[in-house]
Ligand binder design. Structure first.
Ligand code: MN
Length: 421
């Protein structure tokens, strides 16, 4: 339960905040640090919940081992165990669907299309592909929802496949364990069961609650919204994306609410768009994919990070134990190929701390000759999230090989150190 986790992590406590912009002000001020707001129109709200430290702690691994732990768990997804626990039902009360307008759902920024659910884990089922869990932004209207479904994503695929036979059962769970948020942010192949993966991440079976009005079993979050995704389309947006800039208005599917459940004293999870939590949840699941891609080419790769400054999406730093001249360049090419949204990559030696942007800049400052160490690739497919993308949707990609050249004397690069005391 999210309440247990809340008691075990460091957090800022705030007595109250306004739903409109007030939650945003608090979350922006403490971006990266969990914030517990005691009262938002009568509800408790948690924000900035997931950073690397909280995720690592909630999974019981040191931060420095997080990426490799995630990689191992992804490979064992099928071993996850799901158990439907009927006793969990007693912990919930039912609200009329119209009650959703009184939930503490934030209006984050002035141009937003309305109040938005940003931490909802959206669960659907398909006869051939099984269960899918993913996070999508959801616009809240008076008595219905409008969901942003990015084309090609699993939810969009399953919706498009099933809507021809009628409305699609859906459940949206708000206020779940970080392992479930991380799992739902992970894109495997379409049969990848995110809930089983969450169980592997947590190292124990994941208990599920059976829904009443739709044929789904879902994690026992703080709020459970059951409904039907319809053929109807309505305006969705504008809304702020990971880069902190606005995404445009589009026609998106309407969800009719069939049941609204919450715990007796529920904690609502507000996830700040463009904040550290958003970035960590988007970026962290990509790091193992990049690591795996680079490892196929440069087996001595040590670590990968999608940096916060690069929106945890567009910039990667990779450390390798360089064995032969050219390893740095190969690592650049492999990284760009394994995460197509990647725009700029820096490859460094293993003595550089890739979690420290200053140390990475130090490597660029002292180990790079731009005429030899920078690769630029023109006209590649870019990320739709990058506001500087060209009109034909392509982008230039750049790799910086900031490893020490084997043509140089390695001694000249060793940093002075005191002996251990
Ligand atoms: Mn999926």
């Amino acid at each position: 339960m999210i309440r247990d986790l809340l008691n075990s992590i460091e957090k800022i406590e705030i007595p109250s905040a306004e739903r409109k912009f007030g939650i945003t002000r608090v979350l922006k001020r403490y971006d990266g640090t969990p914030v517990y707001i005691r009262d938002v129109e009568g509800y408790e709200v948690i924000g900035n919940l997931c950073n690397r430290e909280v995720i690592a702690r909630s999974l019981g691994v040191p931060v420095k081992d997080l990426m490799k732990y995630i990689l191992r768990c992804m490979e064992r997804e099928k071993e996850g165990e799901l158990i439907v626990n009927n006793r969990l039902k007693k912990e919930y009360v039912e609200d009329p669907p119209s009650e959703i307008k009184n939930y503490p759902i934030p209006i984050y920024y002035p141009r937003d299309g309305g109040p938005y659910i940003t931490s909802g884990v959206v669960i659907v089922k398909d006869r051939d592909y099984g269960v899918n869990a993913s996070i999508h932004r959801i616009l809240v209207r008076e008595d219905h929802l409008v969901i942003r479904m990015v084309e090609q994503r699993h939810l969009h695929y399953i919706y498009t496949k099933n809507i021809v036979n009628g409305e699609v059962d859906v459940a949206i769970v708000i206020g779940v364990h970080p392992a479930i948020l991380l799992a739902a942010s992970t894109s495997g192949d379409i049969t990848f069961n995110e809930l089983k993966y969450a169980s592997v991440l947590m190292g124990k079976p994941l208990e599920l609650v059976k829904c009443d009005t739709v044929d789904l079993e879902v994690p026992p979050g703080e709020f459970i919204i059951e409904g039907k995704i319809t053929r109807e389309m309505e305006d969705e947006g504008p809304f702020v994306d990971i880069t902190g800039t606005y995404d445009k208005v589009r026609k998106q599917p309407v969800i009719r609410i069939t049941s609204l459940k919450r715990r007796r004293n529920p904690i609502f999870h507000a996830l700040l768009p463009g904040g550290v939590e958003h970035k960590v949840l988007m970026g962290l699941p990509q790091e193992p994919r990049i690591y795996r891609g680079v490892r196929n080419t440069v087996p001595t790769v040590r670590d990968v990070v999608l940096t916060e400054g690069g929106c945890s999406w567009l910039h990667a730093v990779i450390s390798i134990e360089k064995r032969t001249e050219g390893d740095g360049k190969n690592a650049i090419l492999a990284a760009l190929a394994s995460h197509p949204s990647l725009k700029h990559v820096v490859v460094v030696d293993e003595d550089i701390d890739i979690q420290d942007p200053k140390d990475v800049e130090y490597a660029i400052a002292t180990r790079v000759q731009a005429d030899e160490d920078v690769i630029i690739i023109k006209g590649a497919k870019g990320s739709s999230l990058d506001p500087s993308i060209k009109e034909d949707k392509t982008t230039a990609k750049m790799g910086i090989d900031a490893t020490i050249s084997f043509k140089k004397n390695r001694e000249d690069f060793i940093r002075a150190q005191l002996p251990e005391e």
